[in-house]
Design a protein. Structure first.
Ligand code: ASP
Length: 332
């Protein structure tokens, strides 16, 4: 037998098997592009360690109803061909007006018994962003964040300066006592939860394929005066990039800032090819758990697929899309 003749054949066989094996290894965790939804929207109303005892049934129904109505408002905008930024703003304004949530009207108190609110918004087509921090008299901080993005040359404005700007662009300024729903809050707190969660956030994908993410909060209960959390920090509490995903976070803000959680999820998708669920789980259920940072995220990828991941026992959340799929949930 002429063994020399066998070499090219063996070489071919070796190359064939290597070629068959390589893509499988390289694509671990990478899924083929799915058919995108025409539009989709996901929202949250905060995360925390809650259970059926700490959130009794009548309150669960109140929350579910509030989440579902906010979802509907956003889906209506998207169905009509509206922009994702309009859907996000409408959803968050509605939640800011609802004292159930720790944002706008229902904002928690600082250690001094004041309300200092943070919000941010980002659009995925141009990586444009706006934020306000530590504001005390703007009824809808999310609209102020949008105004900073669209009507100023800045990304973030804070405190009294942000209020002057908001008034100049025609936003509603209220007396700080507007947020002082203490009586209501205390009775609510006794009845429902020991520590109030309820930061709100929303991510939307519109028919033009543009992602937008926004977050609004009163911050952490009992926070020190002047403390700013992750919610108004682009890359920590909020991020959107049409190439990857939109993210809104809720939880112990200091950890979300230090681990740039929202941006980290986008980066895992961009550079490692992870799908949105895997990227969100890696950051929230591995990194944050190792470090001791409680909280969760809601995300939408560029196809409109959601990831709603929390390392706490609950996260108020809802999702809907153009195919009529709809989902409202509280516990894990
Ligand atoms: N992340 C918010 C903050 O640290 C609070 C929260 O989401 O519950 O200000």
């Amino acid at each position: 037998m002429n063994y020399r003749k066998l070499f090219p054949i063996l070489g071919f066989v070796a190359i064939f098997f290597t070629a068959c094996k390589a893509p499988a290894d390289q694509t671990a965790g990478i899924t083929a592009d799915p058919e995108p939804y025409e539009y989709a929207l996901v929202l949250h109303g905060g995360a925390g360690n809650m259970n059926f005892q700490s959130v009794p049934e009548p309150y669960q129904d109140m929350f579910k109803h509030a989440l579902d109505s906010a979802l509907q408002l956003g889906l209506d905008v998207l169905k009509e061909g509206g922009m994702s930024i309009d859907a996000v703003e409408v959803v968050i304004r509605c939640m800011e007006d609802n004292p159930l949530f720790n944002a706008g009207k229902g904002a928690v108190f600082t250690s001094e018994g004041k309300n200092e609110l943070d919000a941010s918004i980002m659009t995925g087509q141009d990586l444009n962003a706006g934020a306000v921090a530590g504001v005390t008299d703007i009824r809808h901080p999310i609209s102020a964040a949008r105004a900073v993005m669209e009507q100023s040359e800045h990304v973030m404005m804070a405190g009294p300066g942000a209020s002057v700007f908001a008034e100049q662009v025609g936003l509603e300024i209220v007396d700080p006592s507007y947020f002082y729903t203490k009586k209501r809050f205390e009775s609510f707190q006794k009845a429902v939860v020991r520590e109030k969660h309820g930061t709100v956030g929303c991510v939307a994908l519109d028919k033009a394929g543009n992602l937008c993410a926004g977050t609004s909060t009163g911050g952490m209960t009992n926070k020190k005066y002047g403390r700013i959390g992750d919610s108004p920090i682009i890359g920590a509490g909020t991020y959107a990039n049409n190439a990857t995903c939109g993210v809104s976070a809720t939880g112990h803000g200091e950890y979300f800032i230090r681990w740039t959680v929202a941006h980290q999820i986008s980066v895992l998708m961009q550079y490692k090819g992870y799908d949105v669920e895997r990227a969100a789980s890696e950051v929230v259920e591995l990194t944050l758990v190792e470090e001791g940072g409680d909280g969760g995220v809601i995300c939408l990828d560029k196809f409109g697929r959601p990831a709603m991941v929390t390392n706490t026992s609950g996260m108020f959340r809802a999702y809907g899309n153009s195919e009529g799929e709809r989902f409202v949930a509280i516990f894990k």
